[in-house]
Design a protein around this ligand. Structure first.
Ligand code: AMP
Length: 213
């Protein structure tokens, strides 16, 4: 199944994707993770993308399209996490692959801000914690890798504000775009237990026969 996870930054797309990948025998393609890897490895792409990302702006469409085009062609089952983020990206994607389902995750703005500002990531394994909702056993340390958790630069207040504005302007119109194509399903990702959100997501994908691990 070829799936897109749509929704504002911090709504939980990455966390939910990780919880259901095995069940769907799918891989997660996160442009945010791919771009952060490019920055870490100081590739040409990383150097170009860094300024935009630190400010909470979108990286130019062309870079993102080139980054995922070949990947999606090769895979039968995937969840796109954080892409497309603009109408031109969605149109470019439509040219190379047929998307089956788009899940739109919704949550109130205050919940999003609280999630983003409390988010901490393990720089080694990529696991996403939250200081209140998903705390590590020892404060500030990854349970698995035992390394110090980091806060992403774009999870700091000024960048959060800009990312939400950019989402409203550039990405939210995609909800309409996919609704018109009859591919959209909506999941309430507000303040409720993550297990319910995960199971609603599976139901929305018509995979209610699969039980979450
Ligand atoms: P994320 O981890 O999905 O929140 O993405 C972090 C940042 O990477 C975003 O704020 C953008 O600067 C950049 N980015 C990720 N995916 C895209 C995309 N599809 N289009 C443009 N920029 C992106």
């Amino acid at each position: 199944m070829k799936i897109i996870f749509l929704g504002p930054p911090g709504v939980g797309k990455g966390t939910i994707a990780k919880r259901i990948l095995n069940k769907l025998d799918a891989i997660q393609i996160s442009t945010g993770d791919l771009l952060r890897d490019a920055i870490k490895n100081q590739t040409h792409l990383g150097v170009e993308a860094k300024g935009y990302m630190d400010a909470g702006d979108l990286v130019p469409d062309e870079l993102v399209i080139n980054l995922i085009k070949e990947k999606v062609k090769k895979q039968d089952n995937f969840i796109l996490d954080g892409v497309p983020r603009t109408i031109p990206q969605a149109e470019a994607l439509d040219k190379v692959v047929k998307i089956d389902r788009v899940v739109s995750f919704e949550a109130p703005k205050e919940v999003i801000i609280q999630r983003l500002s409390g988010r901490r990531t393990c720089p080694k394994c990529g696991f996403i914690y939250h200081i209140k909702n998903i705390p590590p056993q020892v404060e500030g340390i990854c349970d698995k890798c035992k390394v110090k958790l980091i806060q992403r630069d774009d999870d700091k207040p000024e960048a959060i504000k800009n990312r939400l504005k950019v989402y409203e302007e550039k990405t939210a119109p995609l909800i309409d775009y996919y609704e018109k194509k009859g591919k959209l399903v909506t999941v309430d990702a507000g303040e409720r237990d993550i297990d319910f959100i995960v199971s609603d997501t599976l139901n929305a994908l018509n995979r209610d026969s699969i039980e979450e691990e």
